[in-house]
Design a protein around this ligand. Structure first.
Ligand code: PLP
Length: 387
């Protein structure tokens, strides 16, 4: 028996190391990873620049309490603000912590600015996944909380991107609307642009804060640094995690000036958030992603992947129903069982990830090269042939 709490259905695979877009098991078998640790290893495995920067830092200083100024953290915050709508960044260690911070900040904003004790409701959308702490679970839908004998007030969930329902749901007590611009766990569901536009104007009209959860779709995954950059809409708060650390635990909650200013001394904190190791990694990830060629290459390989997938879909309509997504955040909606597809792909040494709505997610490292893309496509084709 394993002594690890059985909260994950683990496959029997055991990887010993990785390089670029590949993982290697104990027997030396090579797997092409189109999952990236669920959108985490966006710069692949064992990236030489990241490894060098991390090693340099670990010889100097691992941890420093947030009661001291951490230069690498200051730099990372400044850079994240320069490339986004934000003026402030709170650092933490995971996506769910970034979500908790966003909920606290939104509620405190109205507590401080309106002296309101009731404008605290958070509206989210069906299918959304925001993490596993209690607040994040409540935002993800009450059924996820049922078995924990917990009820949490102040959360409402409405149908995904439903214009009428959102208008009816907002009221004087609504503090924030929380949305993933592209839902990941739900099966790569893109929020229509016009719905984002509507949310922004609704929030402006009713004095409600708009929170974008870019934990999965952010940091280049969709072909732009942030998924909402495909539109002109700006949130008031945004959560990120996963790819900003490329596997090092790092999350962040970004806010506009007016919102962030309510978070004064003692209102929130984290022991490890933004420590020197994490901050060096975050900065190194940005060094790579902000290179001019990064998104140009990504666009080329994404186009190649989508075109190849469309051909496979044409050839195997009994296996593939639809292909959706953006950049390298791709969902294959299956006409066969998505679990069986993932297993068969694994037997072809291709790693993919299941999602809801019978979807198989393709989230390859963003450094994917054309030859690796072709290899992935031929493994997907071989997988389709097995049905
Ligand atoms: N938000 C979204 C959109 C996610 O996809 C996830 C994780 O999959 C989370 C939040 C929670 O992140 P973490 O697992 O790092 O707590």
């Amino acid at each position: 028996m394993s002594n690890v709490l059985p909260t994950y259905p683990r496959s029997g695979l055991q990887f010993t190391h990785g390089k670029g877009c590949y993982l290697y098991d104990e027997k030396g078998n090579e797997y092409l990873d189109f999952g990236s640790g669920i959108a985490v290893n966006s710069l692949g495995y064992s990236h030489s620049y990241l490894n060098t920067r991390l090693k340099e830092q670990l010889e100097k200083l691992w941890h420093l309490s947030n009661v001291y100024k951490i230069p690498e953290q200051e730099k990372l915050a400044q850079r994240l603000c320069e490339v986004s709508f934000a003026d402030y960044v709170f650092f933490c260690n995971s996506g769910t912590e970034a979500i908790e911070a966003s909920i606290k900040i939104a509620r405190r904003y109205f507590h401080q600015t309106l002296k309101s004790k009731t404008k605290n409701e958070i509206i989210s959308f069906t299918g959304s996944f925001h993490g596993r702490t209690l607040g994040a679970l409540a935002a993800g839908g009450f059924s996820k909380l049922d078995t924990f004998n917990t009820t949490i007030e102040g959360f409402t969930q409405i149908d995904f991107a439903n214009h009428d329902k959102i208008k009816k749901a907002v009221n004087d007590n609504t503090a924030a609307i929380l949305i993933e611009p592209i839902q990941g766990e739900a099966g790569i569901k893109e929020v229509p642009l016009e719905f984002l536009v509507e949310l922004r104007s609704l929030c402006d009209e009713k004095n409600i804060l708009l929170i974008f959860d870019e934990v999965q779709c952010g940091l280049g995954r969709t072909g732009k640094l942030f998924a909402h950059h495909w539109s002109d809409i700006k949130p008031d708060i945004m959560t990120i995690a996963k790819a900003i650390g490329n596997g090092f635990p790092l999350g962040a909650c970004l806010t506009s000036k007016k919102v962030g200013e309510v978070m004064d001394f003692g209102s929130h904190g984290s022991t490890f958030g933004g420590n020197p190791l994490a901050s060096v990694v975050g900065n190194s990830v940005l060094d790579i992603m902000l290179e001019e060629s990064f998104f140009i290459n990504l666009e080329v390989v994404s186009k190649e992947l989508f075109e190849g997938l469309a051909e496979i879909q044409n050839e195997f309509p009994k296996v593939i129903d639809t292909i959706r997504g953006k950049g390298l955040m791709i969902g294959i909606r299956c006409n066969v069982s998505n679990s069986v597809f993932v297993d068969k792909a694994r037997s072809n040494k291709l790693l993919t990830i299941k999602a809801s709505d019978n979807v198989v997610r393709l989230l390859p490292p963003l450094i994917l090269k054309s030859n690796e893309c072709k290899e992935g496509l031929s493994k997907i084709k071989a997988t389709c042939e097995m049905f």
